[in-house]
Every structure is written in structure tokens, then in C-alpha cells.
Design a protein around this ligand. Structure first.
Ligand code: EPZ
Length: 420
């Protein structure tokens, strides 16, 4: 198993460019199945999850070429609408091919995506949307099967602004007959990016980023296009906290300030200097910072994907903080690991009460999911002596070449690949 070895205490300094957004490229790669023509995607991050989505599309018959940060998808040879369960279980986001397959071919079969460590991750809102569009859904032995002679536009009200359900319904409705309105839709920037990509391919969608999205069905998508995905706002936020927690100063390039406003507001409230420019953010850490109250909410509220990173930052604050995780029911797996480093954290239901301590101490810790792994790296960068982080494969799903990029900023971090 691979491990990261981090020696703390060095303030990070310099500039770092944010990669393309994982949670934009994954639905956009899936949406390529709706087209009958070749598409080229640019600004693609170097991530395990991109590799998994590539394999998922190839298993359906698409031809994919990945060179550097560019992906070429040729969906003309699609011959299957059944997602191999090994892939569906490896990454929940492989469920994003359901909407495009249903929209283009009127059918799909896929195993329930693996719930992951942060919660059960049901699919009821996706299924409700597909049924509203006219699909017949069967669920048995962990598989979901869908059949639809023709999808018909309709009005769908989401009980919860689910990101994946909004994306899947948008994609299924793109080629449906008539108009679909999604109410209480997720408003994340990645939804806007998906709308812009689909419209460039010839779809007719309006309203993404608001809580109602209108999709006017079209006959087909066959424009050969290229598209650059937006920067990753969670990677941006992670680097912002890295500057703050190491009391360093970072220039974060290729960032969109409006996409991380909630994180900026909270860091400023804690006493960190954050300067926003057109396409970059400069963060200057402060010697001490205050405790905060944070509640995770759907966008534009504070993002759940930044909750672990803020928790480790608040472990070193002056005073007590409260974090309430409102999106996932089990996103506190990193608490035990942070306690091992000296964090004083009490869990009460959905809330974590964090009592600031003067220092964290390096030890052996285990990443349990992608963002928990990021939090442990941040903890290691700030802790005294050395932290060994196991479970690095979780990190590689969402952060490309993280240790190399942090080393460029002065971090003492390297990857140990022991062959045992
Ligand atoms: C997306 O997951 C992101 N993943 C997640 O990022 C992110 O944490 C999440 O949105 C929330 O912002 C991708 O975009 C690939 P949801 P998704 O559907 O679509 C419940 C990361 O670290 N729900 O908005 O799965 C669900 O259980 C990952 O990059 C239902 O109840 O999130 C959860 O409690 C982690 N029924 C809540 O809604 C459904 O049918 C939010 O889920 C669907 C979801």
C-alpha cells in the first residue's frame, strides 16, 4: 500500500494552479454519450475517478483517447447500455451514465453504485425523475434496470437539491419529447458547466445555477465540439486552507472566486486574509485564528466537500467551533484520525464540537475517503514532527499529483510505495 510521509511546520509559499473540476468532468464525460459525434474535453484533471469514468464509457463501446489534460470521446460505436457492476461499485459517479443512456437509447442496466464511507447514498431522487419522464424502472438483486419507449418532458420537483439527480434528469430530458422543468434543482457550479456543455452540443437548457431548470427536448446532438471544464472549487478551497493552516501565503491561480465565496467568508471570519482577483485568489495565513460555527448546505451554502478540511483548520483555532454536517449522515470518519493527532473533537449527532488546541502531533493515520484524506494532509502540514498517511488511493481519486504540487510550495511531503 502507498503512504504519504509529511513533516509539518513549513509555511507554504508560492503560486499553484487549480486543476479542472472532478465533479464537472465526470458528468460531462457521461453526457458525451448523448452525442452522435466526437467531442474533445480540455482542462481534464489527472485523477483516478477520470480513469474509472473512461473505463465505464469504454465498457459501453465508446472510444476514448486521454492525452495529458485532453480527452477525446467518440460515442459513435456504443453497443451496450449495461454498466459492469465492478465499475459501478468502484465509483458512485458512474451512475451518471444512466441519464444519457436512458435519453439516447431508452434503456440502461446498472448495479447500485457502492455506498461509500460518507453515507448510504440512495438513488431514489434519480429514479423518481426517470419514472416521471416515462421510464419503467425495475430494481432487483442490487441492479437498476430502466426501459422507456419514448421519454416525455414533464415537471419534476426534487425533495432535496441532489447534485447527481439534477444532472441525471437534465441529461435524460435533453432528448425527450417536449419540455422538462426541474424544481428545487441543485445550484452547484458544476450543474452550470454541464448545461453549458450540453448547449454547446446542441441541447436547449436554461436556468442551471438557479433552483428551476428548463430543458426543451431536441431530436439529437451531433455537433463536433471541444469544451474546457471549470476549475475545481474544492481543490481551490483545499489550497486556501493549506495556506491558512501553515501560516503561509499562496497565490491560487485558475480559480473562480465566486465558486468559493462561502469558504472565503469563513476564512475571513476566522481572521485569515483572502484577496480575490479575476481568476486567482491570494491567501495569507495569520499567526492565530478564531473558532467558527459552520453548517454545510447545498450551494451556495458552505460545501460539505470542504467540511473535513475546515475541521482540521479549526482544531488549531483559538476557542471552540461547531460544525454541523447537513448533507451526509456519516461524514465524520476523519474525526477519529484527527483525535489521534491531538484534535479535541466531540460528536453529537450531526454536529462536531471542536475545542482549539495549540498544536497537532504527527502520527500514523488512515484516510477513509477523498476529502478526509485531504484533511489529514493539511493536518500533517501543520503538525509537529512527522505524519504517515495510509489509504492514499482515496486521495488519488480527487487530487492529481498532490504531493509534487505541495512540494513546489515548500511542503516536506513524499510518497512511500512499500512493496509489501
Ligand atoms: C455530488 O455527489 C458530489 N460528487 C459529491 O462530491 C458531493 O459531496 C455531493 O454532490 C454534495 O455536494 C460528484 O459530483 C461526482 P447528492 P452526489 O446527490 O450527487 C442524498 C467529492 O468528495 N440523496 O447531492 O452523490 C444523499 O444521500 C464527492 O467530490 C438522496 O437521498 O450528492 C446525500 O445525503 C463526495 N437520494 C445528499 O442527498 C438521491 O437520490 C446529497 O447527495 C440522491 C441523493
Amino acid at each position: 500500500m502507498e503512504r504519504l510521509i509529511v513533516t509539518g511546520g513549513t509555511p507554504l509559499r508560492g503560486s499553484i494552479a487549480v486543476s479542472g473540476a472532478k465533479n464537472a468532468i465526470l458528468p460531462i464525460m457521461a453526457a458525451s454519450l448523448l452525442s452522435e459525434s466526437r467531442v474533445v474535453l480540455e482542462g481534464v484533471p489527472f485523477l483516478k475517478d477520470v480513469q474509472t469514468m473512461k473505463e465505464t464509457l469504454e465498457s459501453l463501446g465508446a472510444k476514448i483517447k486521454l492525452t495529458g489534460d485532453t480527452i477525446e470521446v467518440n460515442p459513435s460505436g456504443l453497443h451496450s447500455q449495461e454498466v459492469p457492476s465492478s465499475l459501478a461499485r468502484r465509483m458512485r459517479a458512474s451512475n451518471l451514465v444512466m441519464g444519457p443512456l436512458l435519453g439516447r437509447f431508452g434503456t440502461f442496466k446498472a448495479s447500485y453504485p457502492g455506498g461509500c464511507t460518507i453515507g448510504s447514498r440512495p438513488m431514489d431522487l434519480h429514479i423518481k425523475g426517470f419514472e416521471a419522464l416515462g421510464a419503467k424502472i425495475d430494481e432487483d438483486h442490487g441492479y437498476i434496470k430502466a426501459e422507456a419507449a419514448k421519454l416525455k418532458g414533464t415537471e419534476i420537483h426534487l425533495d432535496f437539491p441532489s447534485v447527481g439527480a439534477t444532472e441525471n434528469i437534465m441529461m435524460a430530458a435533453t432528448l425527450a419529447e417536449g419540455t422538462t422543468i426541474i424544481r428545487n434543482a441543485a445550484r452547484e457550479p458544476e450543474i452550470v458547466d454541464l448545461q453549458n456543455y450540453l448547449n454547446k452540443m446542441g441541447a436547449r437548457i436554461r436556468g442551471a445555477g438557479m433552483d428551476s431548470i428548463r430543458i426543451d427536448g431536441v431530436k439529437k446532438l451531433n455537433r463536433e465540439i471541444s469544451y474546457r471544464v471549470i476549475p475545481d472549487r474544492i481543490e481551490t478551497g483545499t489550497f486556501m486552507v493549506a495556506a491558512a493552516i501553515t501560516r503561509g501565503e499562496l497565490v491560487i491561480e485558475n480559480a473562480i472566486p465566486e465558486h468559493v465565496e462561502a469558504v472565503t467568508a469563513k476564512l475571513r471570519e476566522a481572521g485569515v486574509q483572502v484577496r480575490e482577483e479575476d481568476d486567482r485568489i491570494i491567501v495569507k495565513g495569520s499567526p492565530v485564528w478564531k473558532g467558527l460555527d459552520i453548517r454545510t448546505m447545498p450551494f451556495p451554502g458552505f460545501p460539505t466537500d470542504m467540511q473535513p478540511q475546515m475541521m482540521v483548520f479549526l482544531c488549531l483555532a483559538q476557542g471552540t467551533s461547531i460544525i454541523t454536517e447537513n448533507i451526509f449522515e456519516n461524514r465524520y470518519r476523519h474525526v477519529g484520525e484527527l483525535r489521534r493527532m491531538g484534535g479535541q473533537i466531540q460528536l453529537e449527532g450531526r454536529s462536531a464540537i471542536i475545542k482549539g488546541v495549540p498544536r497537532l502531533t504527527g502520527t500514523v493515520v488512515e484516510a477513509t475517503d477523498l476529502r478526509a484524506g485531504a484533511a489529514l494532509v493539511l493536518g500533517g502540514l501543520a503538525a509537529e514532527n512527522t505524519t504517515v498517511i495510509e489509504g492514499v488511493h482515496h486521495l488519488d481519486r480527487g487530487y492529481g499529483n498532490l504531493e509534487e504540487r505541495l512540494r513546489m510550495l515548500g511542503a516536506q511531503i513524499y510518497r512511500e510505495t512499500n512493496l509489501s
